[in-house]
Design a protein around this ligand. Structure first.
Ligand SMILES: *Cc1c(COP(=O)(O)O)cnc(C)c1O
Length: 332
């Protein structure tokens, strides 16, 4: 059989699952009484908020670092791994590297607030403050890779990253073998691509629905254009869904195109309402990016009557200040 160009296979997802077992949480899938009644369906929530770093990105980062150790030996990573991310991916790389005994350097711009820097340092990583933007932090990452022999752990665009996130799909089907549909937040596409590849590989009839922001959604614009394009980043409650997909994208663009059935955009107000609903009725604090599945069900009036549907609560990286903004927006 021909290898798919994106390099993600069901076998690579099973291998990831095995590799990361014991290093990351096998998260619960809970039935939501409130949402099941509201939509006359069986609605389940996959709690990636239960990961030790508060988001699913730990799966991909752990899989990639562990696979590199397996392939090249621990010494090949002696110079360490690196990335540039203030958010869930930065925490994931810091945590995964520490667990696997590899040094990690996370590059952050000088504008990143001290509490976020401290949070990454507390996970055992070295933080390097450089430049005044995320782009300048990335230039430093490229330099560390080229000149200091560090290894880049990218946030989504790598078959090992997507396969790690795909382990969520295997867990979903173990817990609910008769799932009809899964709604997944979509930015760079590691999460949707990995889960979609797992689900389609096992049961192709499962509907895979992607949800993007209504502005600054690079994957949405790229799918429309038929090739990766750049978009301007916009502030959002779903900040973990911001950012580009890379003009040189070599994995997730093709993967998402292959496994996604339908795709919606959601407004800030819909995200805000969904965040508040999930806190009020499920007693779960989630970030905006994790609330987009519910936001799409409501804003687009998706008909899921009689279906078994899972929403991926992808992370809880939200400050009380940001949650407060969501609350004020939801009250309007
Ligand atoms: C990164 C992230 C996403 C999107 O994942 P991609 O692989 O970039 O599509 C969704 N939710 C949260 C909480 C994230 O951190």
């Amino acid at each position: 059989m021909l290898e798919p160009t994106h390099g993600v296979t069901l076998a690579s997802i099973y291998a990831a699952r095995k590799r990361i077992a014991g290093q990351v949480a096998r998260t619960p899938l809970i039935r939501s009484q409130m949402l099941s009644e509201r939509f006359s369906a069986e609605v389940f929530l996959k709690l990636e908020t239960c990961q030790p770093t508060g988001a699913f990105k730990l799966r991909g980062a752990t899989n990639m670092i562990a696979a590199l150790i397996e392939q090249h030996g621990h010494d090949a990573l002696a110079k360490g791994v690196t990335t540039a991310s203030t958010g869930n991916h930065g925490r994931a790389v810091a945590y995964a590297a520490a667990r696997l005994g590899v040094p990690a350097t996370i590059c952050l711009s000088q504008l990143v607030p001290a509490n976020k820097v401290a949070a990454i340092e507390a996970l055992g990583a070295t933080v390097r403050r450089v430049g005044r933007s995320q782009d300048e932090a990335f230039e430093e990452v490229a330099r560390l890779v080229d000149e200091e022999g560090m290894t880049l752990i990218p946030p989504f665009d790598d078959p090992l990253i997507a396969a790690g996130q795909g382990s969520i799909g295997l867990e979903l089907l173990e817990d609910q073998p008769a799932l009809d549909r899964v709604l997944i937040g979509l930015s760079g596409g590691g999460l949707l691509g990995g889960i979609g590849a797992a689900l389609k590989g096992i049961r192709p009839s499962i509907q895979v629905t992607g949800i993007s922001l209504s502005q600054g959604a690079a994957m949405w614009e790229s799918l429309q254009a038929g090739h990766p394009v750049e978009v301007e980043e916009v502030e959002s409650l779903g900040d973990s869904l911001g950012g580009g997909i890379g003009l040189d994208n070599h994995c997730t663009f093709a993967l998402v195109r292959e496994v996604m059935d339908d795709h919606y955009q959601v407004s800030e107000a819909a995200i805000a309402n969904a965040m508040v609903d999930i806190l009020e009725h499920e007693k779960l604090l989630v970030e905006g990016a994790a609330a987009v599945g519910l936001a799409a069900l409501v804003e687009h009036g998706l008909d899921i009557r009689g279906q078994k549907v899972a929403l991926i609560l992808s992370g809880n990286g939200v400050s009380l200040e940001t949650f407060d903004q969501a609350r004020r927006l939801a009250e309007r």
